[in-house]
Design a binder for this molecule. Structure first.
Ligand code: ADP
Ligand code: MG
Length: 687
């Protein structure tokens, strides 16, 4: 594959053909010609180097603006040549472009890049030479509608510069929308454009002018072919009989742990081992073929070299699905990949489906299925957890037991040689027990299909994702022709947001968000919040965190203040956060809650922050919070802060599905992320 850069002149021509205003220009090859042509264009003019070897022209001294006369034009030609040859000694130079000098205006950037997983993406933001430093950009995955573009424009921090800031007149935003749409169309229609940037596009009160165009072409354009996906019948996840191939009596072996975790499976369990007649108290069979009854699922943990033979036997036996725990395939390099391709081919020739290899397999606690080697099987519950990391599953499952959190399913996707994220998402979408879905994602292969499927799931169940790789180091260096303003992580974030997925950065946050959204009340209907607390210190922190995470603390209307005056001591703070003071009893909370629930239409979320003391037990406070939640459709979020003395209250809340957070910053951060999904909040703490 090779890539090359269009000249600025070709770029201008292409942009002009899509209706984007560009300066008129001519190309010259000598000082003499420069002087004549500059005069014909009309002073002042701008001159720039034309060279496929110079990507950033100003950096190489290849741009001179404000050229006001013939003599200056001739000199500029000479200077540009000298500068560029000094900066890039062997640069091939095809001439100098002389263009009309556009009036100063607001300098913006419109860029495009082709993402490996999600395809063509448009970025927009504040342009100019400081663009990499400012990083005030947003992005969208194509295709786009005008409203998406308007949303995109509103999102940048410098948006006030477009609407009129400190006496400046508003800029031509509607023209900007049209230009972004035209440029998006140009990007989509021209397969060979790999990436581009227009930096800057100068925007005026009326009109605009693109004064630079850097367009990178490829001779191997990405052609999107959706991966074919043979649906997996739901009943495959509800086997009546399971064979464990590689079952062992030796506690140090994987095949022992897998067998052990399946002992409470209520269906038929068949250990397969060619050396022993019985394993962990059950009759063992030398091969899967010698089992005298049908097998619905086989769990395979034999060494990699034996896997093809075992899969062949499973195929012959008519086993519909196998879980291959064994590692040593694609993740090991080309040889491993060949072995993996072989087992997929063998399985498919018999119509057998594969989970893994190199995975833990599945845990479906309500059905007593656990093909993993976790230390202890998790409790049944309503959360489905699908993870690309087996280690994270082990950790989360272990922690879930002490945290008393249960699962409808835990799935380790492994190498996704056959079944992939999409199949598992479809499974949890149809699974009635699943009320919320948590994903741990490192990478998806077919981003567009992923967006389609996950959006469907998110319509009926909350989906929360942790995506690793946000660090610069974690991301593979993106193509560096154009200022790489957004890495692949940003594209994932946009894809998630567009598909209705809540993004969090921590496992604890994921479970808190899942628990919060699994409640029948679902998402808060807006981001207007009230805070009720008995702690002055936490009231101030609550204001800080709300602002940081994009939650709007409302001003209390006079009427509410008056009603609260009637029930609270004179010296209450008469503001939001509502500080009920350290001596607040349960009844002071109760009366406040009554007033607020009567006015539920003016707020969307109530945060209740309580600390332990002798006038209020955590139990009493929890009961008041429960009653409050019953009085309003709005979301109630609690933070019972403190040590063990708050445990009773926390448990009451948990048993009734009221989210409770043990750390105040976390409360607002997680709720902020939930709101980000719905309302595209752009808060400083969420970036
Ligand atoms: P680079 O390759 O360094 O990005 P540009 O073509 O963007 O080079 O030129 C550098 C700067 O010069 C631009 O950011 C813009 O401010 C100014 N400039 C370039 N072309 C023009 C023009 N035709 N009219 C006015 N200013 C221009
Ligand atoms: Mg530029």
């Amino acid at each position: 594959m090779s890539e090359w850069m269009m000249s600025e002149a070709e770029g201008y021509d292409l942009l002009r053909s899509y209706g984007v205003p560009v300066p008129s220009y001519r190309i010259v090859n000598s000082e003499q010609e420069a002087a004549e042509v500059a005069e014909e264009i009309g002073f002042p003019v701008v001159m720039k180097i034309i060279s496929p070897d110079v990507v950033h022209k100003s950096d190489a001294g290849g741009v001179i603006t404000g050229i006001g006369g013939r003599e200056a034009a001739a000199q500029a030609f000479k200077r540009i040549m000298g500068n560029v040859l000094a900066a890039v000694p062997n640069a091939s130079i095809t001439g100098v472009i002389i263009e009309e000098q556009a009036d100063p205006g607001l300098e913006l950037i419109i860029g495009g890049k082709t993402d490996k997983a999600f395809g063509k993406v448009i970025t927009f933001g504040i342009g100019g030479t400081l663009v990499e430093l400012m990083k005030d950009v947003t992005l969208r995955i194509l295709p786009l509608e005008a409203d998406d573009v308007r949303g995109m424009i509103r999102e940048i921090n410098a948006y006030p510069l477009l609407t009129g800031y400190r006496g400046m007149k508003p800029k031509d935003s509607e023209l900007l929308v049209t230009i972004i749409l035209s440029v998006s169309r140009m990007f989509l229609e021209n397969q060979r454009i790999q990436e581009f940037d227009i930096n800057p596009l100068r925007l005026y009160e009326k009109g605009a002018c693109a004064v630079d165009a850097r367009i990178i072409l490829t001779d191997a354009p990405e052609v999107y072919t959706p991966s074919e996906n043979i649906p997996v019948p739901m009943e495959y996840f509800n086997p009546r009989s399971i064979a464990v191939i590689g079952a062992s009596q030796d506690p140090s072996k994987m095949g022992y742990a897998v067998m052990h975790n399946l002992l409470h499976f209520p269906g038929q369990l068949y250990p397969v081992n060619n050396k022993r007649a019985d394993i962990q108290g059950l009759k063992a069979y030398p091969t899967v073929l010698s089992i005298p009854a049908p097998v619905d699922l086989a769990v395979i943990s034999v060494p990699a070299i034996h896997v093809p033979r075992v899969v062949e036997e499973c195929g012959q036996k008519g086993v519909p699905m196998v879980v291959i725990i064994t590692a040593g395939f694609r993740e090991m390099g080309p040889e491993g990949k060949a072995l993996e391709d072989r087992i997929v081919q063998i399985a498919h020739s018999h119509g057998t489906r594969i989970i893994g290899p190199n995975c833990l397999g599945v845990i479906i606690p309500p059905r007593g299925i656990d093909t993993t080697y976790v230390r202890q099987s998790p409790y049944p519950g309503t959360i489905a957890f699908i993870s690309q990391s087996g280690a994270i599953i082990n950790t989360v499952v272990d922690w879930s037991i002490s945290a008393n959190i249960g699962f409808s399913a835990v799935i380790s996707v492994g190498n996704q040689s056959d079944l992939n994220f999409l199949d598992y998402l479809k499974f949890v979408r149809n699974d009635e027990r699943t009320k919320a879905v948590i994903l741990y994602i490192e990478e998806v292969h077919d981003g567009r299909a992923f967006m389609d499927v996950v959006s469907e799931v998110a319509k009926t169940k909350p989906v929360i994702a942790i995506k690793s790789g946000s660090s610069q180091k974690g991301q593979k260096a993106a193509s560096s022709h154009t200022g790489s303003l957004s890495g692949s992580y940003d594209v994932y974030m946009e894809a998630f947001r567009r598909s209705g997925v809540v993004v969090v950065h921590t496992l604890t946050g994921a479970f808190l968000a899942a628990e919060m959204l699994a409640h029948p009340k679902g998402y808060p209907k807006g981001k207007r919040a009230v805070v009720i607390t008995n702690a002055g210190g936490f009231a101030v922190l609550s204001s800080d965190y709300s602002e940081r995470y994009g939650i709007d603390l409302i001003d209390l209307p006079q009427q509410i203040i008056e009603e609260l005056n009637g029930v609270l001591p004179d010296y209450w703070n008469k503001g939001n956060p509502i500080d009920l003071l350290g001596d607040a009893s349960a009844s002071r909370f109760e009366q406040t809650f009554r007033v607020l629930s009567k006015h539920s239409e003016i707020w969307d979320i109530a945060f209740i922050v309580g600390f332990p003391n002798l006038v209020l037990t955590s139990e009493d406070l929890a009961h008041q919070i429960l009653a409050f939640s019953g009085m309003t459709e709005n979301r109630i979020v609690a933070s019972l802060l403190g040590g063990e003395s708050m445990d009773v209250g926390r448990k009451i809340l948990k048993d009734h599905g009221i989210p409770n957070f043990g750390e105040l910053d976390f409360t607002y951060r997680v709720v902020g992320r939930v709101l980000w999904q719905k309302f595209r909040t752009r808060a400083p703490g969420l970036l």
